[in-house]
Ligand binder design. Sequence first.
Ligand code: ZN
Length: 131
Amino acid sequence: MKIEHLGIAVKSLQEADDLFARLLGKENYKHESVEREGVITSFYNVGDSKIELLEASNPESPISKFIEKRGEGIHHIAFGVDNILDEIERLKGLGFVFISEEPKDGADNKRVVFLHPKCTNGVLVELCQEK
Ligand code: ZN
């Protein structure tokens, strides 16, 4: 596993893009909307990892709910894996609980699943595999 990216929930992608472009000294390499998840994302390369900024695209979006409850900030940590189905089986066998055990299409050409934060010290953990 490696840290593939950190997801950061933001209220305004435009404002956050301005800030992160200045902070990192480079522009994002893509914007991508994931309508099923109710998010618009912006990705930055940082060494071997990435930053994923997440803005809600509707009031029912998990990102809207996260920001209402906890404000802007780190939303999830994503571990890149070579075989997501094997990792799901391995972690299920160790008692980890998934929000959904079926990998879905995520942003940035990935198959993704999320572990329930109740079983990971309150941190939302994403597993992702390059498609
Ligand atoms: Zn992510």
